[in-house]
Design a protein around this ligand. Structure first.
Ligand SMILES: NC(=O)C1=CN([C@@H]2O[C@H](COP(=O)(O)OP(=O)(O)OC[C@H]3O[C@@H](n4cnc5c(N)ncnc54)[C@H](O)[C@@H]3O)[C@@H](O)[C@H]2O)C=CC1
Ligand SMILES: CC1=C(/C=C/C(C)=C/C=C/C(C)=C/C=C/C=C(C)/C=C/C=C(C)/C=C/C=C(\C)C(=O)O)C(C)(C)CCC1
Length: 533
């Protein structure tokens, strides 16, 4: 596809016959062990930092070309986001990579001489497949985790964001170690060619449909996968919510990146009584954000392409609900106005489909009970949920409905901080990343024990011929006695009362010591004040 901006490269798919060679190079470089050196990883992260900084104008232009993304959002959620990711990983990498000693309670004191520890090993050569909505962030943030962990990586950007895909390819391949990192561009055939290769992990962000294809393919070679998928995310608004605030914040969730955010709300379960007031506040918030109308706003992005434009438009065409805000569409500009639709059935297109755009449904309910039942029937394990109500109502929603992440009293704040772990649950995703979790995602936590030679006398018990008397002694030394009976109740035997009396009711030795010291101090002060009278 020709680019509209002459400074941006034309999209070019990677030749299919090159793909096995690219994958083989990533595997081969990993086997050289050079990526295991922490200093090498830090240098790559520093290079990536400066590459993103130096490519800033072209990245901004590419985001404008592909998604009409405003400079504000390009900087906040893609470029500066990634720079912060690099800095975080560079700053903490020495700590993350250190062996961790395994002691109590994982290792009983009887085995403390074995020097149990966890070694953080890179998984190997990894494949990272990105989506179109944040073509830089959602491709390069996992890469930062992979570099930190010491992996080699091949990236497959979304072919829908052509300019970003090409600029990222140039940036990564000219600035990072070429033998360790590569970018393959293309669509289904190229992705299939990549999936036919053996990887040590596949990190996929995208739709659940393609997520299943990736997971099936990975299962053939028992390759671990991290899946960051979509979801039909509910928002709950009760009559105890601050309706003006809820309306403004939920509208933000659907206007940022033109609602092409997998964690933004698909539908709002709202108390029937407050629908008119909430709708009024939505319109007020809309007017505040777009005084000249949304189409004229320089801040509102566009839908990525005609296919997605028609997908979203079809949801509006098929709905039996009533549009209460917005509703304008313009194919020539790939423009869809931020739109709210009042619906009365969960079979409505506005609830059944994932919007992944600036439109959402309002579904009136009689109670929080009903709202929770509807949400569970629409999607039991969504990526996110939002709740606007009293403290106890919010707590109830959190307790009774799961989700990958959740924000109380706002739209996706839980996903707006680059170092906080992010991921789905059930069919909205497997695994998480961001911050330390990105390092962990590409790391094998390898348990290591080291048995000293002198310990063989003690360990003799394990060798044949077995001796049951020694076995009984070993059990006495190592197997803790239960303090509960067969009905699950605590048994208050002799040791319970000894502990209770001498521990002054504390549950730990530390607590008991504290209570004894406090008792002695009170005793001392009382005695001193009596003596002073
Ligand atoms: N959980 C998360 O972090 C995120 C999830 N998403 C989800 O992603 C979807 C939108 O993103 P898209 O880019 O449209 O996702 P997509 O699943 O269509 O594409 C993602 C990647 O898979 C590749 N692909 C597409 N079809 C394929 C096939 N048949 N075989 C092999 N590879 C294929 C594409 O080239 C692209 O690189 C939404 O469902 C959204 O909810 C999007 C962003 C973030
Ligand atoms: C400026 C001053 C101060 C501080 C002000 C503060 C704290 C401002 C906060 C602004 C906020 C919260 C801005 C919003 C940011 C939104 C972001 C970063 C959204 C990110 C979205 C992402 C990453 C989307 C991802 C999508 C995914 C994963 C998907 O599709 O699945 C002080 C401190 C008060 C001092 C005075 C000055």
């Amino acid at each position: 596809m020709a680019t509209k901006d002459a400074t941006l490269p034309q999209f070019e798919a990677t030749a299919l016959d090159l793909i096995p060679k690219v994958a083989s190079a990533a595997r081969g470089t990993f086997r050289t062990h050079k990526t295991k050196k922490v200093q090498w990883r830090i240098v790559q992260l520093r290079k990536l930092y400066w590459a993103i900084e130096d490519f800033r104008p072209r990245l901004i232009a590419a985001l404008m070309h592909d998604l009409h993304k405003s400079v504000f959002e390009a900087v906040l959620t893609e470029i500066d986001w990634l720079l912060k990711d690099c800095m975080f990983m560079i700053k903490h990498l020495n700590d993350f990579t250190k062996d961790e000693k395994l002691g109590s309670p994982a290792v009983p004191i009887t085995y403390s001489m074995m020097n149990f520890r966890t070694r953080k090993e890179p998984l190997g050569a990894v494949l990272i497949i990105g989506p179109y909505n944040y073509p830089l962030q959602l491709l390069l943030a996992p890469l930062i985790g992979a570099i930190g962990a010491g992996c080699t990586a091949v990236l497959k950007p979304s072919e829908l964001t052509t300019a970003c895909a090409m600029v990222v390819k140039e940036m990564v391949e000219t600035r990072l170690d070429r033998s360790a990192f590569a970018v393959v561009n293309g669509a289904i055939p190229e992705t299939n060619a990549l999936l036919a290769e053996k990887w040590d992990k596949i990190f996929f962000t995208g739709s659940d449909v393609v997520g299943k294809i990736v997971a099936k393919k990975a299962a053939e070679t028992l390759t671990p996968v991290c899946l960051e998928l979509g979801g039909k995310n509910p928002a709950f608004v009760t009559k105890n919510a601050n309706l003006a605030l809820a309306a403004r914040r939920l509208l933000w969730g659907k206007t940022h990146n033109s609602g092409q955010v997998c964690m933004s709300q698909n539908y709002v379960l709202i108390d029937k009584q407050v629908v008119p007031a909430f709708t009024k506040f939505l319109k007020v918030a809309y007017k505040d954000m777009f005084p000249d109308g949304a189409k004229a706003s320089p801040d509102l992005g566009r839908i990525v392409n005609a296919r997605h434009f028609h997908r979203i438009k079809k949801m509006l065409d098929d709905t039996k609900g009533k549009i209460v805000m917005g509703g304008e569409v313009d194919e020539a500009e790939l423009y869809i106005e931020p739109t709210a639709v009042l619906v009365n059935s969960t079979d409505d297109s506005m609830i059944k489909e994932e919007s992944f755009g600036p439109i959402f449904a309002l579904y009136p309910v009689n109670s929080l009970d009903e709202a929770l039942n509807v949400a569970a029937s629409v999607h039991r394990t969504p990526l996110s949920l939002y709740t606007f109500g009293s403290k106890s109502e919010n707590e109830r929603v959190l307790n009774e409905m799961t989700s990958g992440g959740a924000t109380l009293n706002d739209s996706f704040f839980h996903g707006s901080v680059n170092t906080v772990p992010f991921g789905g649950v059930g069919d909205s995703g497997w695994g998480s990343y961001r911050g330390k979790a990105s390092f962990d995602c590409f790391t094998h936590f390898r348990t290591i024990a080291e048995t000293p030679s002198w310990a063989d006398k003690i360990l003799r018990v394990r060798y044949m011929p077995y001796d049951m008397s020694k076995m009984r002694l070993l059990a006495r030394l190592t197997a803790p006695k239960p303090n509960f009976d067969r009905s699950g109740s605590i048994v208050r035997g002799f040791s319970y009362w000894v502990k209770l009396i001498f521990g002054l009711g504390a549950s730990s030795a530390k607590g008991a010591l504290f209570r004894w010291l406090l008792l002695l101090a009170v005793n001392y002060v009382l005695k001193a004040s009596l003596a002073a009278r």
